[in-house]
Design a protein around this ligand. Structure first.
Ligand code: HSE
Length: 285
């Protein structure tokens, strides 16, 4: 039996749609594997009732296939499905690390990124790696068609998850096909700023780089109370706020000294529109 802890992640960070991702200190999935002649999957923990245990339909089944590593796989979910914190990616990344070790495949964490991303294709219809990469590599990751760049950033964040859900498929349907050149120029500028902020471990610069006028406004419209929560977080000292992944989670970047106040403001703002939520006071890491 081999056990791996796989962290939640937040993709996009506003200006880096399908490119940027960060690993979070909490929550996390725990994946246990043991050798078997055929893959079986059992799932417990938060939201487990919504996750298929059929290996043909579960992200980790695709990972076991890709590594030719049949196993009894037990997933203890700490990352709630459809919350915007890379739930399926955490399970896929954890399974990839665990099965690689169990069968002595000898692949590096970087080499496991496309394998874990195969699992993502099952869930969203596309094999994008902006959640699996940070879950596997930690810190801040930049995923392009050809490669992954990783930075060991450590930035305080609050991830606030409303009780509502948004499916990644639905959230991808509202992404515009095209963008105007002014919005593209602004977004490139913000993305570059954000990456520098991560390299410098500076929450103020990261926050300045989170603005995005192309995808985020469409996604925000799917989240009840989003504007109120964003404004409350900024008022309480957040340096930047955006939709976490496909939503409905909301991610705020802040200084360590204001993290508690930001979390409290976000919880109160969701509460004011009649939505229960849970806030993780954590960090990129
Ligand atoms: N970049 C992807 C999206 C991540 O925002 O659709 C989904 O988890």
């Amino acid at each position: 039996m081999l056990t791996v802890r796989a962290p939640a992640t937040s993709a996009n960070l506003g200006s880096g749609f399908d490119v940027f991702g960060v690993a979070l200190g909490a929550p996390a999935d725990v994946v246990r594997v043991e050798r078997a002649s055929e893959t079986t999957i059992s799932v417990t923990g938060v939201g487990s009732q919504y996750i298929p245990e059929d290996p043909e339909k579960n992200t980790v089944g695709a990972v076991a296939d890709a590594l030719d590593a049949p196993a009894h796989i037990r997933i203890d979910k700490g990352v709630r499905p459809s919350s915007g914190l890379g739930s399926s990616a955490a399970s896929a990344a954890g399974a990839a690390v665990a099965l690689n070790a169990l069968y002595d495949r000898g692949l590096s964490r970087e080499e496991l990124v496309p394998i874990a991303a195969e699992g993502e294709a099952l869930v969203s219809g596309e094999a994008h790696a902006d959640n699996v990469a940070p879950s596997l590599l930690g810190g801040f990751t930049i995923v392009t068609r050809d490669d992954v760049t990783q930075v060991d950033a450590s930035i305080p964040v609050v991830a606030c998850l409303p009780e509502t859900t948004v499916s990644t498929r639905d959230a991808r349907e509202v992404v515009p096909d095209r963008a105007g050149i002014e919005d593209v120029v602004d977004t490139v500028g913000h993305a570059a700023t954000l990456a520098v902020g991560m390299a410098k471990n500076d929450p103020a610069i990261v926050g300045r780089g989170m603005d995005d006028e192309i995808v985020t406004p469409e996604r925000a419209a799917l989240i009840d109370g989003y504007d109120r929560v964003r404004d409350a977080a900024l008022e309480a000292g957040a340096t930047g706020v955006t939709v976490s992944g496909a939503g409905p989670g909301v991610l705020a970047v802040c200084r360590r000294s204001s993290r508690r106040a930001v979390a409290s403001a976000m919880l109160d703002a969701f509460d004011a529109v009649g939505i229960e939520s849970r806030a993780y006071q954590t960090h990129v890491g």
